[in-house]
Design a protein around this ligand. Structure first.
Ligand SMILES: C[S@@+](CC[C@H](N)C(=O)[O-])C[C@H]1O[C@@H](n2cnc3c(N)ncnc32)[C@H](O)[C@@H]1O
Length: 390
């Protein structure tokens, strides 16, 4: 929403100080103190000038209502509206919907409204839409189990696209309509809604209810993302092929200063980090047209419960420097995220400058220097596991 700068904005905001929560992070986990008898905390994202905010808070005065808006010039109008109505159950955050988990504790919110969010029509900007899967997954953190998101928009394409995002992010859809007011006005209208309704534009609405999001096993998630490869756990009969793959990358082996042999490889594959069980470790080979192109081993839940540890990752010599490593590791990040991991960690040999640059380009950052179990100096590197890029 582009808005002309309001005159006296600061003074007008201060005049609404009773409704304006300047440091929302301090309220995290204690919003209910603002209205201890409130059965529900309702949260609105991008309230704009607040017609819906004021009327909904007025219609449900027993509930606590919080509105987030990142444009103060719009928010001040919403606050003034609520102040004029004498509402005491509504509060405003001049902040960003992407940061909800800084403002609210897990499960603190019962109901979330997204009304006429900016459609960001270009595919390039799809991730900015407030109904994009990463946003919806973010809202899960603050929404209680069984909590609802009520979404309205005039934008047909955004609506159809969003209907695919909700289930992927763990919401069951209901009350889906593409013409909410077909039989007369339903519910409270927003400022944008009123405008579009008067122009005859049909209004779309749906409800997403937070349901359990089953973790997808990481190997399955990888295979889905990389259908060109047959990704299989290493079996005894694959050992020679894996050994040949390792030897096809002599520069990488030289960094390790050990001469691999089949027995050593067998031992490496069987080795487990401290306190880990066999079921946490996966050694896989990426086969394409019968040839092994890369080998990867990871441990789920090491060293933290939601960390995935990469033990070995090597692309065969002939396929190096063609973007293969980047593709496989991007897929691993998405698969780890869907598998319930929140971070990925690894040890990169300190003398492996090319490797360090690769991991940095993949978003890994140095956590600390360390010494590996076999006495080599390493960088411990980590990144967040993240949903797939569009
Ligand atoms: C198209 S307007 C709709 C306003 C209101 N919901 C309505 O229906 O009349 C979208 C509003 O969302 C706000 N907004 C967009 N992205 C936001 C974000 N990430 N966090 C908070 N507000 C956001 C914009 O500043 C704008 O006021």
């Amino acid at each position: 929403m582009r808005m002309r700068k309001k005159k006296n904005l600061g003074m007008r905001m201060e005049a609404c100080a009773a409704l304006w929560v300047k440091d929302p992070a301090q309220m995290r986990g204690c919003w209910r103190e603002k209205k201890p008898d409130a059965p529900q905390l309702r949260l609105e994202l991008g309230c704009g000038k607040g017609r819906f905010t004021a009327e909904t808070a007025a219609a449900h005065q027993s509930d606590l209502y919080v509105a987030v808006e990142r444009v103060p010039d719009a928010m001040v109008i919403a606050m003034e509206r609520c102040r004029e109505l004498g509402l005491t159950n509504v509060f405003f955050i001049d902040g960003d919907a992407a940061e909800l988990d800084r403002y609210f504790a897990p499960g603190e919110v019962d109901l979330l409204y997204i009304n006429f969010c900016d459609p960001w029509p270009s595919v390039k900007h799809a991730r900015r839409r407030l109904t994009a899967e990463p946003f919806l997954r973010g809202y899960r953190k603050v929404l209680r189990d069984g909590g609802r998101i009520e979404f309205k928009t005039d934008n047909h394409d955004l609506f159809e696209w969003s209907l695919f995002q909700f289930p992927k992010a763990g919401y069951a859809l209901s009350e889906v309509t593409r013409d909410l007011h077909a039989n007369g006005v339903q519910g409270i209208m927003t400022d944008y809604e009123e405008k579009f309704y008067s122009l005859g534009t049909p209004i779309n609405r749906c409800v997403g209810t937070k349901v359990e999001l089953p973790d997808v096993p990481i190997l399955e998630g990888l295979s889905r993302r990389l259908p060109e490869w047959d990704i299989r756990e290493v079996q005894g009969e694959d050992l020679e092929a894996v050994f040949t793959l390792l030897q096809s990358a002599p520069d990488d082996l030289a960094l390790d200063e050990t001469q691999p042999d089949l027995d050593g490889l067998r031992e490496d594959l069987a080795a487990l980090p401290p306190r880990c069980s066999r079921s946490q470790k996966h050694d896989v080979v990426f086969w394409r047209e019968g040839r092994p192109e890369a080998v990867l081993d990871w441990v789920e839940g090491y060293p933290r419960e939601q960390t995935l540890w990469i033990g070995l990752f090597l692309v065969a010599g002939p396929w190096q420097r063609q973007g293969l490593g980047k593709r496989l590791m991007s897929a691993l990040s998405g698969a780890a995220y869907d598998g319930g991991m929140d971070s990925i960690r690894l040890a990169c040999l300190k003398n492996n400058e090319a490797g360090h640059l690769f991991w940095e380009a993949m978003g890994y950052r140095d956590l600390r220097k360390d010494v590996s179990t076999d006495g080599k100096a390493v960088w411990i590197m980590e990144r967040l596991a993240a949903p797939d890029e569009e």
